[in-house]
Each structure stands twice: as C-alpha cells, then as structure tokens.
Design a protein around this ligand. Structure first.
Ligand code: NAD
Length: 507
C-alpha cells in the first residue's frame, strides 16, 4: 500500500540531489514507491526537510553565478550529449517507468521519447535564445534585446508522465542559463532520478540541477522561497491553482498546466475505422491517465449509431501488467486512484447514464492485487453528471450526442476545461469551422491526442492552464528569460559637443 511511514525499511532509498551529490535525506517522513501491478515496494522516497530545500536552493543560487555566463556552445553540447545518453538507456528507462507507474512498455518508451524531443530541442538553444536588433533607431543609435536567464527556477511534476514532464522543464530552463530545483512526483520518482543521473553524466555541473522530494510542505516551501524566481507546475487543477496563487503572491513567474476533460467530436462523415481505433486508443491508452486523453466523445447525428462498434473495440483491449507483451491497458497508479474511479463509475450509474461496458474488477491472472480498471464506456451522459463534470483520470469514456456540429461546439465551449479537443471528419469545411470556433488551446483534426512537438509549445487554455506562457518550445524560452532592451550610442572621439539634451527623444 502507498503510505507515509516513519520507520526505516530495507528497500532502497531515493536520494536527493544537492550541489551535485546524491545524498540521503535526514527526514523522518518516507513514502513507499509501489509497483501498481503487484504492490511490491520498489523503494522509499523521502519528504525533504526545510533545511534540505534551503540547501538545494542555495546550491542553485551559487551555481547561477557562473552558469548564467557559460557560453551557448558549452550549454548546447551538454544537451547533445544528454540526448545520446537517453537514447542509449531507453530500454532501462522504460522498464523502470513501467515498474513504478504501470503503463505498458511501448507507452513508457513514448513517455521517455516525448521528453527526449525536448532535450533535442534544448540542444539548439543558440537559435532559440536570440535577441532582436534594430539599427539606427535614431542617428547613430541601435536598440537590441537580450534574453537573460532569471536565476533559480523550480519545477513540480505529476505522476502520469514521470519522464516527459520533468524533461519539459529542466532542460529548457538550464539551456537558457538558469539553475533548477526539481520536485518530482512522490508516487514514481525513480525514472526521473535516473534521467537526472544521466543529465549529470552529460555534463550538467554541480548545483545547476538539484532535486528535492516530498509533497505539500516541500511544494509550499518552493512557492514561498525568496530565492526562486520562477515555478513551472504540472498536475491537478486544485493543486495547480493553489501553487499559482501562492507562488505569484511571493512574486514569482508561474506557469501551471492542470486538469482536463478533452472532447473528441465525431461527425458522421468521418472515416469510421480510423476514428473508432483512434477513440479507443486515446480514451483507454495509458489507462486513461493522460491529461490529453480523449475521455469524452461527442457523437454527432448518425455517428451515434457507432456506439456498439466502439464497445466491441474496447472490450477487445487486453488488461494486464504493463511489462507483459500485448498489454493495452495497465493498472492505474494507486489503490486510492482505483477506488476513486470505481466510485465515479458508480455515480454515473446512479445519475442515470447507461453503462455500456463495465470495467470494474477485471480478472488479471497473476496480478490479482494490481490496481486494474478495464475499459469502461457510458452513453447518455449529460453535463451535471459527475462523470462529465469531473476529470476521471482512468480508462473511462463518456459519450454524449449532438444533433449538429454547432451544438457540439457549443457543448465543448461550455465546458470550463481547455486542454485539448479533436474533430473527426472528412470535410475540410467542417474541420476549419471547428478549428476557428472551438475555445480550446490544442486542437486535433483527425488526430485524437494533439500534443504539439517542441518546435511549438504546449498550449492548453482556460481552466486547464494558469499563466500566459506554456512549457517547452518557443514560449518557454520567454518564460525562463527576462527580455532586456538596450539602446546604445557610441560617440566618435571627434564628435562635436552638442550641449545638454533634456528631452527624452533621441535624434
Ligand atoms: P497532483 O496535483 O496530485 O500532483 C502534482 C504535484 O503536486 C506532485 O508533485 C505532488 O507531490 C504535488 N502535490 C500534491 N498535493 C499537493 C498539495 N496539496 N499541495 C502542494 N503540492 C501538492 O497531480 P497528479 O495526480 O500527480 O497528476 C495528475 C493530474 O495532472 C491530472 O489532473 C492531469 O490532468 C494533470 N496533468 C496535466 C497536464 C497538462 O499538461 N495540463 C499534464 C499531465 C498531468
């Protein structure tokens, strides 16, 4: 069972990283890291003490003095080396991730790979952190911008992508010249720590990257710490809102990527086979524990008749431990999470939705104690039902219907969340209309999970995001830097003295 305990046990302890050294925490508070398919305890993770958080920040602050002036080429080469090390260790990283998080091995590789893409992007920092220059803005005067690092930045990450999301954060923060304190999810910190070890092996100097573990208290200490300049958070809406307000109040720059309810709108002219496969994969893959999961289908007009086919496809998915060949749906992260999902399924029945497929208590031979929930489908779902209003974060697809595309767009726009959405159609005109009128930050057109590659940024919107700038890509360069605008004039030695100028204009 996941638990906090105050008794030292025999399993390995997850280390803190402070000033380039992996160290044991002096805390008395620990939590087990548990394999969600077997309940085996894999390690125990410390809840760092306030002094340890202070030491991590102090180390990052000291390291910033030199790191901020490190030549671009030197920063860039570290990330070139880092991407190579991640590739070489892909198998080990994926296996570690599957053991502690539960997702299938191919999904775990995908988790690492999407983070690796950000590391590759960070290695091109020379192009990304360029300023602008305007020549002769006045006689003999030029204006240019510098994108300067902020100082110590911090990242707080969720359990569902323990490789990708830490890699959204520290590579770009460090590549832009900042130093970093990372607080990984306490539920699955092991793959994150392996990635951190590889970062050091690639050449990230002592103090430039630090790691503290913990929960609410450590997160609050990060939000309040006077020497931290910016905080990037990814996690649930409740915690993210708290982090945003607390860290903003303490004067920090903050970005929070939060919870979701992503709608896939299916028009009757969509390619039926492709669409049904896409829906099943996007709703049930990673056991529905993706912030961009297509957890809500809106079937428009005749597409409502596709429900039996969708149910058959979902019924055919194989529920098993993530490291077993052929698994489609692994366990959810914890017993508490399984119980929560099961309660939400029960609420759907109570509130009058039609349970088309019940995934509760699936039989998984050899893994009887795993946190499994099989694919579950509800039809006849309406706003106001808990299964529609709340993020379930499990393998549960809720289906609504609409008469027209307009009605579907209205429904999606009335939902407070804005992380992702998709439309399935063969009509360019309908797709364009959707893309124009939908009020959601990331849109897929016949693409069920439209997570942008790092040439762009992650652009969730409305209740799914707080802060103006998204993680990775172009936007995050601005998040992790302060633009300084310099206006300069140089005088020739023989320039005539023109007298005192008390106006603000430059001539
Ligand atoms: P979570 O909010 O429980 O935890 C996220 C982080 O906050 C963890 O590091 C955790 O230790 C910390 N935390 C937990 N409780 C806290 C508290 N009371 N005070 C301060 N810090 C606290 O989220 P999770 O369950 O790990 O992750 C799943 C959630 O993350 C889902 O809602 C999902 O949609 C969201 N998510 C969003 C995105 C996105 O890009 N929008 C991406 C991935 C996950």
């Amino acid at each position: 069972m996941n638990k906090l305990n105050d008794v030292a046990t025999e399993v390995a302890s997850v280390k803190l990283l402070i000033d380039g050294k992996f160290v044991d925490s002096a805390t008395s508070q620990w939590r087990d890291v548990v394999n969600p398919a077997t309940q085996d305890v894999l390690a125990r993770v410390p809840f760092a003490t306030p002094a340890e958080v202070d030491a991590a920040v102090a180390s990052a602050k000291e390291a910033f003095r030199t790191w901020r002036k490190t030549p671009i080429g030197a920063r860039s080469r570290i990330f070139l080396k880092y991407q190579q090390l991640i590739r070489e260790n892909m198998g080990e990283l994926a296996a570690l991730l599957t053991a502690e998080q539960g997702k299938t091995l191919p999904d775990a590789e995908g988790d690492v790979f999407r983070g690796l893409e950000v590391v590759e992007h960070a290695s091109g920092i020379g192009h990304l952190q360029l300023g602008e220059l305007a020549n002769n803005v006045a006689g003999g005067v030029d204006t240019f911008t510098l994108l300067q690092p902020l100082g110590v930045c911090a990242g707080i990450t969720p359990f569902n992508f323990p490789a990708m999301i830490p890699l959204w954060m520290f590579p770009m923060a460090i590549a832009t010249g900042n130093t970093f304190v990372l607080k990984p999810s306490e539920q699955d910190p092991m793959v994150t720590m392996r990635l951190v070890e590889l970062a050091l092996e690639a050449g990230v100097p002592p103090g430039v990257l630090n790691v503290v573990h913990g929960g609410e208290e450590v997160v609050n200490a990060i939000c309040d710490h006077p020497d931290i300049k910016a905080v990037s958070f990814v996690g649930s809406t409740g915690v993210g809102t708290h982090v945003y307000h607390r860290a903003s109040k303490a004067g920090k720059r903050v970005q929070c990527m939060m919870g979701a309810k992503n709608h896939a709108v299916v028009l009757p002219d969509a390619n039926r086979e492709q669409t049904l496969n896409a829906l099943a994969g996007a709703a049930f893959g990673a056991a529905g524990q993706r912030c961009m999961a297509a957890s809500t289908a809106v079937l428009v007009g005749e597409a409502a008749s596709w429900i039996p086919d969708l149910v058959e496809r979902a019924r055919g998915l194989k529920v098993n431990a993530g490291d077993q060949p052929g698994t489609d749906v692994g366990p959810v992260i914890s017993c508490a999470s399984r119980e929560r999902i099961e309660k939400l399924i029960a609420s759907g029945v109570e509130q009058g939705a039609k349970l088309e497929l019940d995934g509760r208590s699936p039989k998984v031979p050899g893994y009887e104690s795993g946190n499994f929930v099989g694919p579950t489908i509800f039809s006849g779902v309406k706003p106001g039902m808990r299964i529609y209003d709340e993020e379930i974060f499990g393998p549960v697809l809720v289906i609504l219907t609409a008469e027209t595309l307009d009605e579907a767009i209205e429904l999606v726009n009335a939902n407070p969340n804005g992380n992702g959405t998709a439309v399935f159609t063969q009509s360019g005109a309908a797709a364009r209309r959707f893309q124009e009128d939908i009020d959601v930050g990331q849109v897929g057109i016949n693409v069920p999970i439209p997570v942008p590659v790092p040439l762009f940024s992650f652009t969730g919107s409305r209740a799914s995001k707080l802060g103006d700038l998204g993680p990775y890509g172009k936007q995050v360069v601005l998040f992790y830097t302060q633009t300084k605008t310099v206006t300069q004039r140089w005088f020739d030695d023989d320039t005539l003295h023109v007298g005192v100028n008390t106006t603000i204009s430059l001539k």
